[in-house]
Design a protein around this ligand. Structure first.
Ligand code: COA
Length: 264
């Protein structure tokens, strides 16, 4: 069996793309739909977040496929999930089955690209000040997950547990294209003390064995998760994961990570 293409992850803080440069790239690269959304933001901070995230998507898709940034056709499902349209004749750099997913929040962006499998990503910031809203988030979890959260000391240790579970649930729901329409208490995670999924119990319509998860803290105070559905390979042979930091102007050497199967 041929070696699988690695899963590529890009973690890009907004500050890695100066506002003027982000605006220039967006003016050339973004499509009408993206430019229209960018024009709607009330706060410049939110517009900047959107421009950096979408310049990142188009740059990375160009590197991955050979389709120039402004020429990639991105369509969205009825639930809003973006997909790259494969041009007639296939992707210029070959390969097929490309999937990507984006998360952008609180001045950080995470983009995941996979081949022949679905991917979902989510990034959140622990230090969210007054607007945390963690109590509302916790109410959406299963009873077992709420108990696990309650056993941690109040403050950072508890918040970290909340966001580890939240980003894992979001990454899974996003990989499936369902987003928040999937009830977050219809599936559950049992997590290791520091990092790693011990057990994943999927919703009734899915199989646990198809999924691999990765937890990351790309920089301090930032929690991120990746969910990958691996259907075409042996359980023991998941694809490699390459993580790169910053806006991809050049050839950054990736950090190599492992996509572990849940222990149980
Ligand atoms: C997807 C969703 C979970 C996003 O969560 P979030 O934590 O606020 O945002 P994130 O930054 O992590 O992710 C946002 C990105 O996920 C992607 N996305 C949007 N909808 C998605 C979906 N259904 N599945 C996977 N990814 C999705 C997009 O790239 C989006 O960014 P963009 O709109 O700027 O392109 C949430 O918005 C959702 O559930 N959307 C679905 C809404 C829906 O069902 N709509 C029905 C018709 S209107």
């Amino acid at each position: 069996m041929a070696a699988l293409m690695p899963i590529n992850l890009w973690f890009c803080p907004n500050e890695d793309l100066a506002p003027g440069i982000a605006a220039t790239l967006a003016a050339y690269w973004l499509d009408e739909h993206e430019r229209e959304i960018a024009g709607r933001f009330l706060f410049e901070r939110d517009r900047r977040q959107y421009l950096v995230a979408h310049a990142l998507v188009r740059r990375v898709l160009a590197l991955e496929t050979g389709i120039p940034e402004a020429e990639a056709v991105i369509w969205r499902s009825s639930r809003g999930r973006p997909y790259l349209q494969t041009p007639e004749g296939g992707l210029p750099r070959g390969g097929d089955g490309l999937d990507f997913n984006l998360s952008h929040a609180h001045a950080y962006n995470l983009l995941g690209v996979a081949r022949s499998c679905r991917i979902g990503v989510d990034v959140e910031r622990l230090d969210r000040g007054e607007q945390q809203g963690f109590e509302v988030i916790i109410e959406t979890f299963t009873e077992g997950e709420r108990e696990w959260i309650g056993r941690a000391a109040a403050g950072r240790p508890r918040d970290r547990r909340v966001l580890r579970l939240w980003t894992l649930k979001e990454s899974y729901a996003k990989a499936r294209g369902l987003g928040l329409s999937l009830a977050f208490d219809s599936f559950s995670f049992t997590l290791a003390e520091d990092r790693g999924v011990i057990e994943f119990r999927p919703p009734a319509d899915d199989l646990a064995g198809r999924w691999r998860f990765l937890e990351l803290e790309p920089v301090p105070e930032v929690v991120a998760s990746v969910a990958v559905e691996v259907v075409e390979v042996e359980a023991a042979d998941p694809p490699a994961v390459h993580l790169r930091h910053g806006f991809p102007w050049g050839r950054a050497t990736p950090r190599r990570l492992t996509l572990e199967a849940p222990l149980r």
